[in-house]
Design a protein around this ligand. Structure first.
Ligand SMILES: Nc1ccc(Br)nc1
Length: 454
C-alpha cells in the first residue's frame, strides 16, 4: 500500500518481467458515509456508556438479549408513513430475499418473543443494546447508524410497566450525574388522540398515520400538518379540534375535555401517582402533544428532553399492545423505550459530565537484556494471573524509551529485569509517581500485586 496515496497494488499479477503491478483501486481510509469508527478514546466512552445502560438494566432485573442486525424487510414494512420505514437500509440478498439492516430493535424483540411462544413465561423483561441503521439521503448529512439501548416489558397491561421503565430511565440519568433540573420526561397517551379521532369521527384505520403526522407538529408548520391530515381524511375542523386539544396543559384540563370516564385520564393519573410513590414524579411532565413517531404505539408515550431545549429527544418509548398480534401472534401487552447513544453524549458534554477515561496500566515489564525475555514473560504471566494490567515491552529498547513509554501510558509501576538483580532472585520495581524504587523477589512482587487487587 502506498503510504501517501493509500493506493494498493495487487501483488503477483502480470508476467515476471512486467513493471510494477498495476494500481487496482485506492482504499478510502474513512468509514462509509454516515458511519463512525471507534478508535480507543471514543471506544472507552462508548463502553462506559453501555456499562451504565447494562448496570441499570441489571438493577431492574432485566435480561440481556440480542438479534441479528440484518432482518427480513417484512419486519419493518408498515404503511403509516413513518420516517423510519421510509429510510430502511434494505436490499435484496444473493438468495433473492428482501432484507434490511434493522432501523430499531422492538420488531426483532417481538419476533423472538413470538418464536419462543408459550414456552416463554410472562412477564418478559428484556434489554438490548444494538446498532440500528437508516438510509438517510446524504443531502441531510446525518448519521446512518447509532446504538440504541432498549428495555421492554411484555405481559403487563397496566401502567405499572411504564412506571418501571420510566424509573429505569431516571435511574440512568441520576447515575451519570444528570438531574431533573437538566432533563424531564414528557408523558402522554395515544388514547388522548384516539378519543379525539372518535369524537371527530375520523376513520379508525387512519389512527397510526394520524399519529405519525401529529408527531411532526414541532418539525413542520401547523398548516403542513393540517394538509397532511386532510390527505388522511381528517377534515379541517377535526384537524383544528385535534391540534387545539393537544395543547391542553394539565391532566385536569384533559379530564375537562375528555370526561371523567376517559381511559387516557385514568391511565395517566395512575402513572403519575405511582411515579410519586417511586419518588421520581418531579422528572415527569404531562404534555398532550407528545405522540412519538412510531406507528405501533397504542397507549402511554413518553420522551426524555433537555430543559434547555437545545437538543433532540434523548430517549423515547411507549406502549405497543398490538404489535405482536400484527405479527400473527397472540395479543400481548407490551411497552418499551429506545435510548440512543448520540444525544446523551451531546448532553453530557454540554453539562461537563463526560467521564475522563484512560487506559489503566498497573505494570510495564521491561527486560534490560534480550536474554532475560523469557524471564520477563514469566513475571508478566504471574502479574496478569494476579489480575494486573501488564504491558510487556516487546522489542529491545533503551531505558530512556521505556520511561517515555511508561509516562505516555500513565503506567503505575515499571518492573526492570537485569541480570545482576535476577541472579539475586530479584527484579527492580520503580513507582512512576513517587519515583521510589526497590529490588524485590518475584514472590514479594506477586504477593504485593495480589494484595493491591483484593
Ligand atoms: N432509526 C434510526 C436508525 C439510525 C439512526 Br442514526 N437514527 C435512527
Amino acid at each position: 500500500v502506498d503510504a501517501t496515496s493509500g493506493k494498493i497494488t495487487e501483488p503477483g499479477r502480470g508476467p515476471a518481467s512486467a513493471g510494477p503491478p498495476p494500481v487496482v483501486e485506492s482504499i478510502d481510509y474513512n468509514p462509509p458515509r454516515g458511519t463512525r469508527d471507534f478508535p480507543p478514546d471514543e471506544m472507552r466512552l462508548r463502553s462506559w456508556l453501555f456499562q451504565q445502560f447494562r448496570e441499570v438494566s441489571r438493577l431492574f432485573a432485566f435480561e440481556e438479549v440480542d438479534f441479528p442486525v440484518l432482518e427480513s424487510e417484512a419486519l419493518f414494512v408498515r404503511k403509516a408513513g413513518e420516517e423510519i420505514t421510509q429510510q430502511l437500509y434494505n436490499f435484496e440478498d444473493k438468495g433473492g430475499r428482501r432484507v434490511s439492516l434493522r432501523p430499531e430493535l422492538t420488531p426483532s424483540l417481538a419476533r423472538l418473543v413470538l418464536q419462543k411462544g408459550k414456552a416463554l413465561p410472562l412477564p418478559v423483561k428484556w434489554f438490548a443494546i444494538g446498532q440500528c441503521w437508516r438510509y438517510e439521503r446524504m443531502t441531510r448529512g446525518r448519521r446512518r447508524e447509532h446504538y440504541q439501548w432498549n428495555m421492554d416489558i411484555l405481559g403487563i397491561p397496566g401502567v405499572e410497566a411504564e412506571v418501571e421503565l420510566l424509573s429505569a430511565i431516571v435511574t440512568f440519568f441520576k447515575k451519570v450525574g444528570i438531574s431533573s433540573n437538566d432533563v424531564g420526561i414528557k408523558i402522554s397517551s395515544r388514547k388522548v388522540l384516539q378519543s379525539l379521532l372518535e369524537r371527530f369521527e375520523v376513520p379508525p384505520g387512519s389512527f397510526a398515520a394520524v399519529c405519525v403526522v401529529v408527531d411532526k407538529v414541532e418539525k413542520i408548520t401547523r398548516k403542513e400538518v393540517e394538509e397532511e391530515l386532510l390527505k388522511l381524511g381528517v377534515l379541517k375542523d377535526a384537524a383544528d379540534g385535534i391540534l387545539n386539544a393537544l395543547s391542553v396543559r394539565s391532566l385536569t384540563e384533559l379530564e375537562g375535555l375528555l370526561g371523567t370516564e376517559s381511559e387516557a385520564v385514568r391511565d395517566l393519573k395512575q402513572l403519575f401517582s405511582l411515579a410519586n410513590g417511586y419518588g421520581f414524579a418531579d422528572w415527569l411532565v404531562f404534555d398532550a402533544s407528545v405522540v412519538r413517531g412510531l406507528a405501533y404505539y397504542t397507549g402511554t408515550v413518553f420522551e426524555g428532553f433537555d430543559k434547555e431545549g437545545k437538543l433532540r429527544a434523548i430517549c423515547g418509548g411507549g406502549r405497543y399492545d398490538r404489535l405482536l398480534s400484527t405479527f400473527g401472534g397472540e395479543d400481548t401487552p407490551a411497552c418499551g423505550f429506545g435510548f440512543g447513544d448520540a444525544v446523551i453524549v451531546e448532553l453530557l458534554k454540554d453539562r461537563g459530565l463526560l467521564p475522563s477515561l484512560q487506559q489503566e496500566i498497573d505494570f510495564i515489564v521491561f527486560p534490560l537484556e534480550e536474554v532475560l525475555r523469557p524471564q520477563a514473560g514469566l513475571v508478566t504471566t504471574k502479574l496478569r494471573e494476579a489480575g494486573c494490567v501488564v504491558e510487556l515491552i516487546l522489542e529491545s529498547k533503551k531505558m530512556k524509551w521505556a520511561f517515555k513509554h511508561a509516562e505516555r501510558l500513565q503506567a503505575k509501576q515499571l518492573v526492570l529485569l537485569g541480570s545482576s538483580e535476577w541472579e539475586r532472585g530479584c527484579v527492580r520495581v520503580k513507582n512512576l509517581s513517587s519515583r521510589e524504587e526497590e529490588d524485590i523477589s518475584i514472590d514479594e512482587l506477586i504477593t504485593k500485586a495480589n494484595t493491591s487487587k483484593e
